[in-house]
Design a protein around this ligand. Structure first.
Ligand code: DAH
Length: 346
């Protein structure tokens, strides 16, 4: 190739490329050890003396221009990459900000998470329901008609015409789940959530508290399935030695109904002030879903059975962490999380 053509050809090659690797190849082709320009410079020694000078000067010029062409193109390519990156990274100020986690989990959060994780591993869904609820779901469809004395026990906050209320229990979420299942689908759900009653706040009562509702509906479900499930939950929360038992009870929406007790882990069942010397602590109401409730929600009780339970979340936490005043959970005293940290370290 004649010397004069080198730059023209090189410029053309450079204009056609779009990435640095191709640029490096061009650099090697022209300026590398065996490159075209380098090979020309090796020819100098064979030239007659008078030509050597001009040829050498010429070649040097070409070399400088060629090097500059490469460097400029490299900058252009890098700038293009940067521009593209900036374009893609343009900030969308309408996106929600990243949440920065801070603080430590509250005891209640921890207990709920523990139960959620366990039951999810057993195929349960964690569902939500409204805290402002209709009388129909909170009572009526749960087999507690208007005027029924059972309503008195749950002194309810009504918001409007005795029809809209703050839910006094999480059991209405059972109803909502069954209605959604349309009498066709098996159900496994838990619903942790806030509940409200017109109680005066003291060491064991609060106008707002947490329940963890559970419901399983399927074919051939029996009370022993409930017992097994409760046993697994109790052992997970209170350790392998924890014993469980049922005591007969009464709820409108379950038949039979039971109270679920755990052996007192404080005195190991010997009897102490925590278990009021009985060796047992009640942590949940439960039972087999009443056939009438199944029917109310479109499930044929001849084909479907179910069990349900409702833990008092504060009660569980108080028993687990040896807390004797429920108000601890609602007074925003940071020492609450220290109770938890200390127990976790034990
Ligand atoms: N909802 C009941 C209460 O607040 C607790 C309860 C009892 C829930 C039995 C249930 C159940 O699901 O089967 O007192």
């Amino acid at each position: 190739m004649p010397l004069e053509n080198i730059l023209t050809e090189m410029k053309k090659a450079i204009s056609e490329i779009t990435d640095e690797q191709a640029l490096n190849e061009i650099k090697t082709k022209y300026l590398g050890k065996k490159g075209i320009i380098t090979e020309f410079s090796q020819k100098i020694k064979d030239l007659p003396l008078e030509e050597k000078k001009t040829f050498g000067a010429n070649l040097n010029k070409i070399k400088t221009v060629a090097t500059n062409l490469i460097d400029e193109k490299r900058l252009d390519l890098q700038q293009a990459i940067l521009n593209k990156k900036l374009e893609n990274e343009s900030i969308d100020i309408s996106l929600p900000a990243t949440k920065i986690p801070f603080g430590s989990p509250s005891i209640m959060e921890k207990i709920i998470e523990e139960i959620e994780e366990l039951l999810m591993s057993m195929g349960y869904d964690v569902v939500d329901g409204p805290e402002v609820e209709e009388d129909k779901y909170n009572f009526e469809l749960l087999n507690i008609p208007k005027g029924h004395p059972a309503r008195d026990a749950q002194d309810t906050f009504y918001l409007q015409d005795e029809e809209i209320l703050l839910r006094s229990q999480t059991s209405p979420v059972q109803i909502r789940s069954m209605l959604a299942g349309k009498g066709q689908k098996p159900i496994r759900m838990i619903c942790p959530g806030k509940t409200y009653r017109r109680d005066s706040d003291d060491a064991t009562h609060s106008h707002q508290f947490m329940q963890i509702e559970g419901l399983l509906v399927d074919h051939e479900v029996s009370l022993s399935d409930l017992k097994g499930t409760f046993d697994i939950i109790a052992k997970k929360l209170f350790g392998k030695d924890c014993q469980t038992r049922f005591r007969p009870s009464y709820y409108q929406f379950t038949e039979p109904s039971v109270e679920m007790d755990i052996s007192c882990h404080h005195c190991k069942g010997q009897g102490c002030h925590i278990c009021k010397n009985t060796g047992w602590i009640t942590v949940s109401g439960a039972g087999m879903v009443h056939p009438k409730v199944l029917e109310n929600c479109g499930y044929d009780p001849k084909k479907w059975q179910g069990f349900a339970f409702g833990f008092g979340a504060e009660r569980l936490a108080m028993v687990k962490y040896g807390i004797n005043d429920l108000r601890v959970f609602y007074t925003n005293d940071l020492r609450e999380s220290q109770i938890f940290d200390r127990k976790e370290m034990d």
